[in-house]
Design a protein around this ligand. Sequence first.
Ligand code: PAF
Length: 283
Amino acid sequence: MTIFKNKTDLIAYVDTIKSNNKTLGFVPTMGALHDGHASLIIEGLKQNDFVAVSIFVNPTQFDKQEDLVKYPRTLDSDVGLLSKISEDEIIVYAPTVEDIYGDNVVSTSFSYDGLEHEMEGKFRDGHFDGVGTIVKRLFEIVRPDNSYFGEKDFQQLMIIKKLVEKYDIPVKVNGCKIHRAEDGLAMSSRNMRLKPEYRNAAPFIYKTLKSAKEKFETKSANKVTEWVSKQFAKHELLELEYFIIADAETLKAVKRKSNKSSYRAFIAVYADDIRLIDNIALN
Ligand code: PAF
């Protein structure tokens, strides 16, 4: 497996891929890879000759310094997992902060036509500016034909689609289904930091989303939201940060249901000091 630590070498390698008329998929990650990432890479390999995987804990998308410091960094085991998928068709880009940002570790300010002000945008100051900055920069360096993002971060996926549209970046953005553990917990690099009792409690999040979906067939968004709040108020370990039923395109909270719109329920929950997010399509 070819591992690049700096962009100059990676750019030269991608040049050879392109001059040989081969296609390139791209899965950007912050490492601590799990089966969810693997499913994105496998999808990428089905549709492209090569897949580039970036492993970079992006400092500008963390609103809390403490989260950045605690974020798991597991490059050796990440490379081990990637080797099991494919030795020859995966290219790893694991840059330093300097290779990406030079000595100016700041994010650009983006407008995503309001998508950035909903949900995560309300709770994580500057997060989507940081995500836009790194993803745009990675797209410029890697120059993929296709890119793959998990629907677990559905708002991020919508924002990246908007970024690509606004800046006319020549890459297709593919959203991939949420990969779940057997007990329903959405796969996330943060899960490995959960203490056992919180890990055992966490599937309650998806269980509640599934019940919310059922209730939404006959009840209003307000009633379902109240019901979800009550379930978490009774829970001893999990603390609800938000639950919202939103239009799947605008991400704005639903006021009145219409048959013509697609809806999704979004949730953020604290399990001890670990913040978990999830979502589900409602219709
Ligand atoms: O979803 C993530 O892991 C990150 O936000 C991303 C897209 C790799 C950008 O750092």
